[in-house]
Design a protein around this ligand. Structure first.
Ligand code: HEC
Ligand code: HEC
Length: 324
């Protein structure tokens, strides 16, 4: 009866590794046992030494030394007094890690294979919740494998809401939205110039690229230039040119390729930034000639020369040009 109650409550105890190999000490009382189960331990997504971890009488026993050291703490065992001392003050990072707070940006980075990122971007569009989450996971999945923490702190479905320009509102392109976040994480305070660069490229690029021809569902699709970061304009323009509905399989294939294309460009942008710093990015964005004069009178700070406006969008597709 006693045993049943314990196992149902799934009580978790932490145990200390001692000099006696193969045995562990449960903290809630003395409890010697031979290691019999294989229990895996992940600290912030990374495997730590789990020698001696086991489930005993419904209690999961985990060697405290390896877990505590992975969290940056120092562990001491005093055999004479049978005392385990854990000191988190020993290393600076320990306090922050213990609260589960990821570090400030920029996060550690690794160069990734662009073909692998493209393929994941394309495939994840269908398997992991469309554009925003596909672009996000194409990069973050590989960073989790190559770098681990802190990329392991981002949940799989963080960007589900981004699809269709945020729950199909057609506002910001989902891939751009999650890519901007990745740039912020990888570039820290320099993110605005990189995001400007990405958005400018997106507005001018002939989507989709041809790098998916050997495995995509609809090879050789026609391309359009969105001239806007808005999902509404990007998708509607392409769909009309292709003569298909925005809900069609052809359009999905186009947006799957676009998810990969945005991921690859973002990757290359961040790689360049991590090598060269921000010098080659500052000042790379300027309004295209079609609407640079609009911004001269319609500024964000004044109503004297013309009604104030907000944003870096090309005005002409929506407003035309009243000065001509
Ligand atoms: C020389 C300055 C100047 C330039 C350049 C200019 N505007 Fe204007 N714009 C104005 C002023 C002044 C008004 C207010 C007119 C009014 O109240 O009758 C205005 C009004 C507008 C309005 C409000 C609606 C309307 O028609 O009253 C829009 C929208 C607009 N401009 C868009 C644009 C766009 C787009 C461009 C570039 C293609 C542009 N403007 C270029 C000065 C300018
Ligand atoms: C995606 C379409 C779109 C783009 C791009 C866009 N606008 Fe607008 N803008 C609108 C709409 C819609 C309104 C609201 C019009 C209304 O209801 O009065 C508006 C409002 C404005 C207004 C306030 C006056 C008004 O007509 O209400 C100004 C000024 C203006 N836009 C200027 C610009 C300028 C300059 C640019 C380019 C830098 C620009 N817009 C880009 C769609 C757009």
């Amino acid at each position: 009866m006693d045993n049943k109650r314990i196992s149902r409550r799934k009580f978790v105890a932490v145990a200390a590794g001692t000099a006696a190999a193969g045995s562990i000490l449960g903290v809630g009382g003395l409890r010697w046992a031979e290691a019999s189960n294989s229990v895996k331990i992940l600290v912030n997504g990374q495997a730590v030494n789990s020698a001696g971890a086991m489930i005993k009488d419904g209690i999961t026993l985990v060697p405290v030394r390896f877990v505590a050291e992975a969290l940056g703490a120092e562990v001491r065992w005093d055999g004479a007094t049978q005392t385990v001392s854990i000191n988190t003050g020993a290393k600076g990072a320990a306090a922050a890690v213990n609260q589960g707070t990821p570090p400030d940006f920029p996060w550690p980075w690794a160069e990734l294979d662009p073909d692998e990122v493209a393929r994941r971007g394309y495939e994840f569009y269908f398997s992991k919740g469309a554009c925003a989450n596909a672009t996000f996971q194409a990069i973050v999945g590989l960073l989790r494998e190559k770098v681990g923490y802190p990329w392991t702190t981002l949940p799989d479905n963080l960007w589900l809401h981004g699809s269709g320009g945020i729950v199909s509102w057609g506002t910001i392109c989902g891939s751009l939205n999650s890519a901007a976040m990745l740039i912020h994480l990888a570039a820290g305070k320099d993110y605005p110039v990189l995001v400007d660069n990405l958005f400018k490229w997106y507005c001018e690029y002939e989507f989709p690229s041809k790098r998916y021809e050997s495995y995509c569902k609809f090879p050789n699709q026609l391309t359009t230039v969105a001239d806007s970061p808005l999902c509404h304009i990007s998708v509607s323009k392409w769909s009309r040119a292709a003569g298909v509905a925005t809900s069609s399989d052809e359009k999905k294939d186009r947006c799957a390729k676009l998810s990969g294309d945005v991921a690859v460009y973002t990757l290359e942008l961040i790689n360049r930034y991590r090598k060269e710093g921000n010098a080659n990015f500052a000042g790379t964005w300027a309004p295209a000639e079609a609407f640079s004069h609009c911004r001269g009178c319609h500024t964000t700070s004044s109503v004297e020369v013309g009604p104030s406006q907000q944003g870096k969008l090309n005005c002409v597709p929506c407003h035309g040009d009243h000065t001509k």
